[in-house]
Design a protein around this ligand. Sequence first.
Ligand code: PMP
Length: 450
Amino acid sequence: MSISSSLSKRDLSVLWHPCTQMKDHETLPLISIKRGEGIFLEDFEGNRYLDAISSWWVNLFGHCNPIINAAIKEQLDTLEHVMLGGFTHESAVVLSEKLLEVAPKGLSKCFYSDNGSSAVEIALKMSFQSWRNQGKLKKTKFVSLENSYHGETLGALAVSNVALYKQTFAPLLMDVITVPSPDSYHRELDELSRDYAIRQFQAMDAVLSERADEICAVIIEPLIQCAGNMRMYHPYYLTLLRIACDNYHIHLIADEVAVGFGRTGTLFGCEQANISPDFLCIAKGLTGGYLPLAATLTTDAIYQTFYDDYHKLTGFFHSHSYTGNALACRAGIATLGIFQQQGIIEKNKQLAKIMWAAVAPFKEHPNISDVRQTGMVVAIELVKNKQTREPFAWQERRGLKVYQYALTQGILLRPIGNVVYFIPPYIITEEQIKQLATVAWQGIQIAVTD
Ligand code: PMP
């Protein structure tokens, strides 16, 4: 038996994989990865897979990046971890300083955790408690958008709106206020995305003005609803939302777990609307895709609502064992260093153009209703009927066929439902983008043919 099949067999007898119907693996082989290098993952047979989705959107500068490797090794020989309760270390301090330098202005405190869902939970809890500490006891509700996704833990899932993840657990979840999304896919044929965003904002404004007394915060994914089929919207929606939140005394939580660190073309999506949120949630790319680290950034004004004598019990009594882990923080510092030293955001502008040129012709395909892009993210929507935009039935699992075909061609693509997308590491080359587009096109052809 080859190493791959033996590993896979051992795996299936002891592991339970994320977001997977494990029975699928009766027919769908697990891929055992031996090593990673740059944009490639390599299995035990020497097959290489171009990681076109950055291993669930985390990897920014390639696998086993020499700069991040060196930084982690150095940290490893100095300090691997110390609890952040009552203690601190240089990497946590330096990373916080550097993050606050590049984050939207007005954010001045970092609270660490170790995954995106936790960063969201923390923002929700902080928002609620901040109002409570100010005597606003009626503020107990959160507002989020249709088709939004903010994570899998119960609080984050409650403010999410993707049925596949949420429906089963609905009886366990807190009540949230859901408003229509500005998702440009649904605009009228001749309608500009900006006009659609303004039109869709009316529903948000109505809720905020009517229920301001009850609402702690609005939580939103800036510019792209990633897990919600990579749907995109105009930044002006965020501008309007910031103004409304200020007017009605409601916090704004920007969940940049997926879109942060350059995915939208700017370091943070909020920049494109020229806004600063009250809370910024970041994770995934924060360590370049190396180690689990997340942060919830907030303002001094909010921090001050917690700052008082101990016996008043206004402190934020929330912790995770690995808060501010030293190895992860050091990877974060190295990641921010690469952005700065290598002018990544500027360089990505060219890559984004190449990505667009590679996929724009897909628009003509009879089973593609939309090809869209925001910065370093492109998405291709497969439909049964181009005119009516009737989707393929989800049970047909067309995206899975693209995934399976792409693997045979040495590409890791993992469509969400019927949406094929690219979120590559920023080290991708022009040649690789072209290859990716060719394979995606071929995979789509196979997937849409009955
Ligand atoms: N928020 C958004 C916008 C996300 O896309 C995700 C993960 N895909 C999360 C939160 C949750 O992050 P994690 O998987 O690290 O818990």
